[in-house]
Ligand binder design. Structure first.
Ligand SMILES: [Zn+2]
Length: 472
């Protein structure tokens, strides 16, 4: 019997049985759709199998989807109103200045005009950006080159160039053949109390200064120290500069880090100018007062002395004052001066200064008036500031996160940087050293003598000024 090991059509699982002679053979069911076409070719059963296979293939090919192209959207005729509307609504039209595109398709009654006359005048509102030049800004916005240059020259002569952010209101005349327009009117606020107006005529440009009335009543700010003096000042309405000025002012008379208590009340008087239309400009600090629960009150006035403005206490005495160095940061001493186990290097080492534990970003102030002799990265000290003082003293402040002092003279209590953990350090703290003639000494044992600057006549003036400012 012909037998193929690989039937063309796989038979369904048919049980295998042994026949009489013990020969392995397949049972032949009476009717089976599945026919092995390799067996008994051209027999009746074989033809039936072939017919079944052909019918199945034909049926499947009838059920399969057609292979032709799928229908797309309905094409729109070129140039029709709907095509124009769709073009107007597309993203491309938006980039060319269309707001919505909804009204961009004209109706059938619209007729194009032969030539469009240019607008006779044009009004613009321009904002000066940082680093921009007035002549260039005007030129970019269609102003005639000669007018732009002349306007810039006039403004420069008036010393009233617009600051960045200033809004210029500009009106331009009819364009010339090259499409450039003359200035008809240019107006802006040059300063809080000054408006500048440039008018154009056939004779050229003229400039006019309009002085605005100002109310210069100083502003008084009061509040309670609470959890922290700096943020209390800021939340009471002082600007960052005014708050820093205040800290520096009182820092000359007391130790802000340790002598200001939560219950103390501060008082500031700051210069302020207010224009009739409600704009304000705040200026410098004029008066710094502190009502203290744990000590005598402070009342300081800024007066010109020795060629610069200095803070003088209303109660300053003409006697020499002996005072220690200021604590450079508000925080407890976590490691004193002398021998100790170094936390990173792990051996006994002379600790040449004092460590103050303070949070990341706590302000660090100069311990006394002096000259900044170093402000930068110094090996294991990280970011460091060194200040030289009178009498051969040098103070050094290390591991800062940020340095503010840039060099030059600093006042006692002036902000020089912020606490960090730069260099060889295990966490945010201030490593503070004091050197006397180059040798590290215990910072807590150093005192300095500051000489009085005031005489009786100046003190009378200071008291009068303090009284006037407090009485506002
Ligand atoms: Zn240290």
């Amino acid at each position: 019997m012909f037998h193929s090991p690989r039937p063309l059509v796989a038979a369904a699982a048919v049980p295998i049985a042994f026949g009489r002679a013990g020969v392995l053979r397949r049972p032949q069911p009476r009717f089976n759709l599945v026919v092995d076409l390799t067996q008994q070719p051209f027999s009746k059963r074989w033809w039936r199998g072939l017919a079944t296979l052909t019918a199945l293939v034909a049926g499947v090919s009838q059920l399969a989807p057609p292979l032709g192209a799928l229908p797309a959207g309905t094409p729109v005729a070129e140039g029709s109103d709907q095509a124009r509307q769709e073009a107007a609504l597309a993203v491309g039209a938006l980039s060319q200045g269309s707001a919505t595109g909804l009204t961009m398709s004209e109706g059938p009654l619209a007729r194009p005009i032969v030539s469009a006359p240019a607008r006779q005048s044009r009004s613009l509102s321009l904002i000066v950006s940082p680093g921009d030049d007035l002549a260039r800004l005007l030129g970019r916005n269609g102003v005639r080159v000669a007018d732009a240059l002349q306007a810039a020259a006039l403004v420069r002569a008036e010393k009233a160039l617009p600051a960045p952010g200033t809004t210029l209101s500009l009106r331009l005349g009819a364009p010339d053949g090259a499409g450039q327009r003359p200035i008809e009117h240019l107006q802006y606020r040059a300063r809080l109390d000054l408006e500048l107006v440039i008018s154009g005529s056939d004779a050229g440009l003229t400039v006019e200064r309009r002085q605005l009335g100002l109310d210069r009543t100083p502003l008084r700010i009061r509040g309670s120290v609470g959890g922290g003096l700096y943020w209390a000042l800021r939340s009471a309405g002082a600007s960052p500069t005014q708050a820093a000025d205040y800290l520096q002012a009182i820092g000359g008379s007391l130790d802000v880090g340790s002598e200001v208590m939560p219950g103390d009340r501060f008082e500031l008087v700051v210069a302020q100018a207010k224009s009739a239309d409600g704009r304000t400009l705040s200026g410098g600090l004029l008066y710094a007062g502190l009502e203290r629960s744990g000590g005598s009150d402070l009342s300081l006035v800024r007066v010109p002395l020795g060629g610069k403005l200095q803070w003088i206490s209303e109660t300053a005495s003409p006697e020499p004052v002996r005072s220690g160095l200021l604590t450079p940061v508000a925080g407890p001493i976590t490691s004193g001066f002398g021998g100790r186990m170094h936390p990173i290097l792990r051996f006994i080492r002379m600790h040449k200064g004092v460590d103050y534990g303070a949070g990341w970003g706590a302000p660090i102030v100069a311990a006394a008036d002096g000259q900044v002799i170093r402000a930068g990265w110094t090996g294991g000290y990280g970011r460091q500031v060194r200040i030289a003082h009178e009498g051969g003293l040098v103070t050094s402040y290390s591991h800062m996160s940020r340095i503010v002092a840039e060099g030059g003279f600093v006042r006692r209590g002036e902000l020089i940087g912020y606490v960090g953990s730069s260099g060889l350090s295990t966490g945010p703290h201030l490593h503070y050293e004091v050197l006397k003639d180059g040798v590290p000494v215990n910072p807590l044992g150093v005192t300095m003598v500051s000489r009085p600057l005031v005489d009786n006549r100046l003190m009378a003036a200071v008291r009068a000024r303090a009284k006037a400012l407090r009485g506002l």
